[in-house]
Design a protein around this ligand. Structure first.
Ligand code: Z5A
Length: 212
């Protein structure tokens, strides 16, 4: 694949503000004259969205961690084929709400799946494709769950215990340490405006650093 666009992902625990900040990133890039496609995982393609419904269905408790991980990568394969790769090849920038870092965090950190198995599937499904930039919105688990809980009935993931999300957050923070160039840490425990400011600073630095 000849990749011309850039691939930016937003990550974080529930209620971190990814959806809110995705709009900020999009607006900022469009102001710079960049074509942007926003999408999300799991989902982003017709079959991917059907897999998403299966994954989030609260009646699906007891799904094996392996099944969950394979469904996520199946949805990702569809997403890459039908949406992400075609956009990048055309020079469109792709902004994605969660990607494979979420698998390391939720399935690895949350469910205890072997990280090497995740890495194997990552290589198999994505080849060498990795995000160019990841904004990790970090905040204490209790704050994120309070924000998310004020919105709607919990889905299958949101029904997990706080300990699960502590594992998710810890793995996200480990990824930020492992890939400091790509994964930029944002303090998401402050007001929307203050988070947006940090997000815009990171995007400006990325563009200035040759990201474009
Ligand atoms: N999952 C997985 O396990 N493995 C994988 O590989 C992938 C995903 C890709 C997808 O859910 C689920 O799939 C997810 C992980 C799993 N687990 N769950 N649940 P989703 O994408 O539908 O849900 P989410 O990712 O958790 O998004 P969210 O709960 O909608 O959170 P958010 O997008 O980060 O936050 P938000 O919608 O922008 O904001 C949440 C609320 O907080 C909202 O009312 C805002 O107005 C408010 N908010 C936002 N920012 C602030 C600030 N700064 N202060 C105060 N209030 C704020």
């Amino acid at each position: 694949m000849k990749k011309k666009g850039r691939f930016i992902t937003l990550e974080g625990i529930e209620g971190a503000g990814k959806t809110t900040q995705l709009a900020v990133v999009r607006h900022y890039l469009e102001q710079q004259g960049i074509n942007v496609l926003t999408t999300r995982e799991p989902g982003g393609s017709p079959i991917g969205e059907r897999i998403r419904a299966l994954l989030l269905d609260p009646t699906g408790q007891g799904m094996a961690a392996t099944t969950e991980m394979l469904l996520l990568f199946a949805a990702r394969a569809e997403h890459l084929l039908h949406k992400i790769r075609p956009a990048l090849e055309q020079g469109t920038w792709v902004l994605c709400d969660r990607f494979t870092d979420a698998t390391y965090a939720y399935q690895g950190g949350g469910r205890g799946v072997d990280l090497e198995q995740i890495a194997m599937l990552e290589d198999y499904v994505q080849g060498p494709l990795r995000p160019d930039l990841t904004l990790l919105l970090d905040l204490p688990v209790a704050s994120g769950l309070t924000r998310a809980g004020e919105r709607s009935a919990p889905d299958r993931f949101e029904s997990e215990a706080e300990r699960f999300f502590e594992g998710v957050r810890a793995r996200y923070l480990a990824l930020a340490e492992l890939y400091p160039q790509r994964v930029r840490l944002i303090d998401a425990g402050v007001s929307v405006e203050q988070v947006s400011l940090q997000v815009r600073e990171q995007i400006a630095a990325f563009l200035a650093g040759g990201g474009r």
